[in-house]
Design a protein around this ligand. Structure first.
Ligand code: NAP
Length: 280
């Protein structure tokens, strides 16, 4: 079922010691606990708690079903649980329903659970310019690519195209969301890397993606969802080519800020959150 926005349970009763967290498997590497803890303190909600919640796939349905009765205001959900989050919810936002995955669960005032996808609008928040009328090339066909394609399409891009190593997955995603699948890169205004390339072996980046460092000058903005200490080769090359860049930490902050606003009903302290995720 899809529905409009009803207030969260926690927004109506902020004095209570609400629990929050990020479900994943593994999740120890997540910067979300540091980011949200800093934000909660800044909002005067230091009595709320946000933690890493490592739960294996075979236990996630039970964990999510018990969320409301366990004192949670809501939760973030990351790999590999984003589909389970959708199934656990009573109410889906249009973004979660159409993307087919959720990263934010919110307990509503009547104890029901809402699933939303804040990864998608998070990308649009940090683009730094309107997406309407622009062309976009998304690299990858996994969960984050799906959210980004949906967001760019909804934001009014004149063309959204998907490239993926496994071509059949690009075609499937493109067909699902009514965009184009491509087998080569082109000079799109917006280039968005949603593959995991650059995360583990940065030196291989330009062997694995259909773009070359010099060609990055042809884009207005290059976005890399991957983040790592010292930055990624894709963004370093884009900066060297004179192209504006958006890094994965900015997107992490944007999606987290939207989740926090949903739970608390208050504007998120984005500067505080940005500083927290960039602290080593
Ligand atoms: P996913 O669903 O596992 O998808 C992975 C994608 O990477 C697939 O398209 C896969 O292609 C591609 N890929 C993997 N290895 C590759 C290689 N060697 N060469 C070419 N393509 C390769 O993952 P996801 O959830 O979409 O996340 C993708 C990346 O974005 C991850 O690094 C994740 O950490 C990051 N991310 C960041 C944020 C943020 O807030 N900044 C949010 C979400 C995700 P195939 O289909 O061919 O396997």
């Amino acid at each position: 079922m899809t529905g409009g926005r009803r207030p969260s349970a926690a927004a109506a009763d902020p004095g209570r010691g609400w629990r929050l967290g990020v479900f994943g498997w593994p999740v120890a590497h997540s910067r979300s606990p540091a980011m949200h803890t800093a934000a909660l303190e800044s909002l005067g909600l230091g009595h709320w708690r946000y933690g890493a919640l490592p739960v294996p796939p075979e236990r996630i349905d039970a964990a999510l079903a018990a969320l409301a009765e366990s004192g949670f205001a809501g939760a973030n959900v990351t790999i590999p649980h984003k589909h389970h989050a959708l199934r656990a919810a009573d109410v889906l936002t249009p973004a979660a329903a159409e993307i087919g995955a959720a990263n934010t669960l919110t307990v509503l005032g009547d104890g029901t659970l809402e699933a939303d996808n804040t990864d998608a609008p998070g990308l649009i928040d940090v683009l730094g310019e309107p997406a309407a009328g622009r062309t976009a090339l998304v690299l990858g066909a996994g969960g984050s690519a799906r959210a980004c394609v949906w967001a760019l399409r909804e934001a009014g891009c004149s063309r959204v195209a998907v490239w993926n190593r496994t071509t059949a997955r690009a075609t499937e995603l493109a067909d699902d969301l009514g965009v184009d699948a491509v087998t080569d890169a082109f000079a799109a205004d917006l280039l968005v890397n949603c593959t995991s390339v650059g995360l583990h072996d940065p030196a291989e980046t330009f062997d694995l993606l259909p773009v070359a460092p010099a060609g990055l000058a042809d884009h207005r903005v290059v976005v890399d969802l991957v983040y790592r200490s010292g930055g990624t080769p894709l963004l370093h090359a884009a900066e060297a080519a004179g192209t504006r860049t958006v890094d994965g930490l900015a997107i992490l902050v944007a999606q987290g800020a939207r989740s926090l606003e949903r739970w608390t009903g208050r504007p998120a302290p984005r500067d505080v959150m940005d500083a927290a995720v960039r602290r080593d």
